[in-house]
Design a protein around this ligand. Structure first.
Ligand SMILES: Cc1ncc(COP(=O)(O)O)c(C=O)c1O
Length: 406
């Protein structure tokens, strides 16, 4: 299928904003949804709506099979070893909180937790909370002058035998890609539990958790063309078995009496309560969409779009680019010298262009870059050259306006 046909599957992208076609460059915040995802959720509510894992009737059995089929799809999508390794959550944030809570009994005072300096708050704050509960110490993994993780500094930090290492696969601000396989290998060698936040990688890279060699990998459905409200925590079975459930209640138990409760087996032990059924089914449709359309061609297309963005921005003398490399993925971060990032966002919005401005839930990275915030343009499988041209033309128009003498 050619690229135009892929884009045509996203109804929202045909919208206009005033006189302008909508130019959506905020896929890193959330991706647009193809028809198949919208239809799958619509169909669930019209044809299948019932609670899962508990009904003795056909409708419930059908909803249960639909949900469990998505678990199987996920196994092959990320090359997990077993379906019990796939834990449904409501998103990356919940996945990482569930993990940090679940590890509480395994950390003690003085244990070191190393966290990527560019990490999204969702991959930092839960570790800080874990540290508060246990007396562990959270330390940043430094970036080099190119805003990539500094491997030499990391190696020397590993000499202290950290208990846990938390990495981003792809930075949500800069789009830099970490060699998580190499980093995890080094961390495992030092005896650390390895956690990778894959929220920004899952839709753009081929993620193979066995090749990466981490212990845990977290991601959200809505960043991979699926619905909001569903995500995944993947973990090695032996590691997941160690986690204390963060949520307790229905679905996750084996026996309950007033004298005590025993927990059920994985994966349900970590999935208390009614899961987001329609959202899981929508995620299944998104996985099928990606299986059909995400391939070497689409990856090359996305890479081309990102490079057009980087090159177009680099040609404007007023623009300061951050950590822009040709092998980045999905996003480019920049500022207009002397202008506030929110003003740039507002001027682009007036011309139909949607980008994200602010600290991007990465305040420690902003502090490192000595910025109060920045603009971020991010792309998806549907982004085309017209989007890039519209964005660059709107930015030039904004610059002209800002340069006018009043
Ligand atoms: C790298 C990264 N991690 C975690 C998250 C949090 O994801 P969610 O809000 O879906 O839980 C995001 C969201 O932007 C992200 O970009």
């Amino acid at each position: 299928m050619n690229h135009a046909a892929i884009r045509a599957q996203f109804p929202l992208l045909t919208l206009c904003q005033g006189d302008y076609p909508l130019c959506y460059l905020d896929t890193a915040a959330t991706a647009q949804k193809p028809e198949c995802v919208i239809a799958a959720m619509d169909n669930y509510y019209r044809q299948q709506n019932a609670n899962v894992h508990r009904g003795s009737y056909q409708l419930s059995a059908s909803a249960t099979s639909a949900v469990e089929a998505v678990r199987d799809q996920l196994v092959s999508f990320i090359n997990a070893c077993a379906r019990q390794e796939i834990i449904f959550t409501h998103g990356t944030t919940e996945s990482l909180n569930l993990l940090a809570y679940g590890l509480t009994p395994h950390l003690t005072a003085g244990d070191v937790i190393l966290v990527d300096s560019a990490a999204h708050h969702a991959n930092l704050v839960p570790w800080q909370q874990l540290a508060l509960r246990t007396g562990a110490i959270v330390e940043p993994i430094a970036l080099d002058s190119q805003q990539r993780l500094n491997i030499e500094a990391f190696k020397s930090q590993l000499a202290r035998n950290p208990k846990l290492v938390a990495l981003s696969h792809v930075s949500n601000v800069l789009g830099t890609v970490n060699d998580v396989a190499q980093l995890c290998q080094l961390a495992k060698h030092a005896g650390a539990i390895t956690v990778v936040d894959g929220a920004q990688a899952i839709a753009h890279l081929n993620v193979d958790v066995q090749t990466i060699g981490c212990d845990f990998y977290a991601f959200s459905g809505h960043k991979m063309y699926g619905p909001t409200g569903v995500g995944v925590l993947w973990g090695k079975l032996s590691e997941l078995e160690q986690l204390t459930p963060m949520l307790t209640g229905g679905e996750m138990i084996k026996t309950v009496s007033f004298s005590g409760t025993t927990f059920g087996a994985l994966p349900h032990r970590l999935e208390a309560g009614t899961p987001p059924i329609a959202e899981i089914i929508g995620l299944g449709a998104a996985l099928e969409f990606l299986k059909q359309h995400a391939n070497n061609d689409s990856h090359a297309h996305e890479q081309h779009m990102l490079q057009l963005l980087q090159q177009g921005l680099a040609q404007l003398p007023e623009i300061e680019l951050y950590g822009a490399h040709s092998d980045n993925c999905g996003a480019v971060a920049f500022n207009v010298r002397g202008e506030h990032h929110q003003d740039i966002g507002a001027l682009l919005d007036q011309q139909g262009v949607a980008i994200r401005c602010g600290h991007h839930c990465a305040m420690p990275l902003m502090e490192l870059l000595q910025l109060s915030g920045c603009c971020r343009a991010s792309i998806g499988i549907y982004t085309n050259e017209q989007d890039i041209q519209q964005f660059l033309a709107a930015l030039k128009q904004a610059l002209e306006l800002l340069n006018e003498d009043f």
